[in-house]
Design a protein around this ligand. Structure first.
Ligand code: HPA
Length: 281
């Protein structure tokens, strides 16, 4: 089966079960899954019930789509994403993103957990993603182009939409939530970085490093979605602190940040939706 056929099959399998049409797609990173339980849920679809869909294997990631209204906004939430380090081909890693586009979502709101390579950041900071570096993982666009989604050679000059970024920045200010801004770099993981690698990321212009997101936003940008993203900087990158890193520590930090992070995401989603509705007129 070609990746195009696989996507079509997953879409058919989804549509046979669910008729909900989301406006905003949200991918929840490590420790943030609980946000999906707070919305007015209209339907839930486990990844395992979608034929051909890659299954998430990371502890702390649930593995289902949640459909419903987030303070009135029709959303689809990925409670658990698929990571490249789990061993899936990159085309499978971004299949859920493409599927959410086919479901009807026009906006992709990405979240993740990251480590700081900018020494001015602190553990627990939120970072509005201004741009990204994705060259350490294969492009999800390698292979036959999905012509029905986008062009062969898509522009990437503004992956993270400037208007949406401004809305999130203003939302954070109104809520009195500290918000850093910076460049996110995706490495493959699953190992955390060495001190030299964190230094390299910094030298390349990154502020935060993680193991997801950049591939998904390339696929979403290719498919014409408007994208906005916030990273929860859970720890200082290796070498910026002497402490060895553990997944548990990352999860603990993101759980701690979750209530404020959820508030920022919810309010931002509402503000983005009002902006989109207004710009229709
Ligand atoms: N590196 C990579 N990914 C991460 C980190 C990190 O330090 N923290 C949370 N996710």
């Amino acid at each position: 089966m070609t990746p195009q056929e696989k996507l079509a099959k997953c879409y058919e399998s989804f549509r046979n079960k669910i008729d909900f049409v989301p406006e905003v797609a949200i991918i929840l990173g490590s420790g943030l899954g609980a946000l999906a339980d707070e919305i007015d849920i209209k339907a839930v679809l486990d990844y395992k019930d979608i034929e051909g869909f890659p299954q998430s294997t990371v502890p702390g990631h649930k593995g289902r789509f949640v459909f419903g209204f987030m303070d009135g906004v029709p959303v689809v939430i990925m409670q658990g994403r698929v990571h490249y380090y789990e061993g899936y081909p990159m085309q499978d890693v971004v299949l859920p993103t493409r599927l959410m586009k086919l479901m009807g979502a026009k906006v992709l709101f990405v979240t993740n957990a990251s480590g700081a390579c900018n020494a001015d950041f602190s553990a627990g900071d939120f970072m509005l993603i201004t741009d990204q570096i994705a060259n350490f993982v294969p492009s999800p666009l390698i292979g036959a182009n999905f012509d029905e989604l986008g062009t062969r050679f898509p522009d990437m000059h503004e992956i993270y939409d400037k208007d949406l970024r401004d809305i999130v920045a203003k939302t954070a200010k109104d809520l009195d939530i500290k918000l850093q801004q910076g460049v996110y770099i995706q490495l493959t993981g699953p190992n955390f970085e060495s001190p030299s690698e964190v230094r390299m990321c910094r030298m390349l212009g990154a502020d935060a490093v993680g193991m997801s997101t950049a591939c998904e936003t390339i696929a979403a940008n290719h498919a014409g979605m408007k994208i906005v993203g916030i990273s929860c900087v859970c720890n200082l990158g290796c070498g910026l602190t002497d402490n060895p890193l553990t997944h548990e520590e990352v999860m603990e930090a993101s759980n701690k940040a979750a209530p404020l992070f959820k508030k920022l995401i919810r309010t931002s989603v509402v503000n983005i939706y009002s902006y989109l509705e207004e710009s229709k007129n």
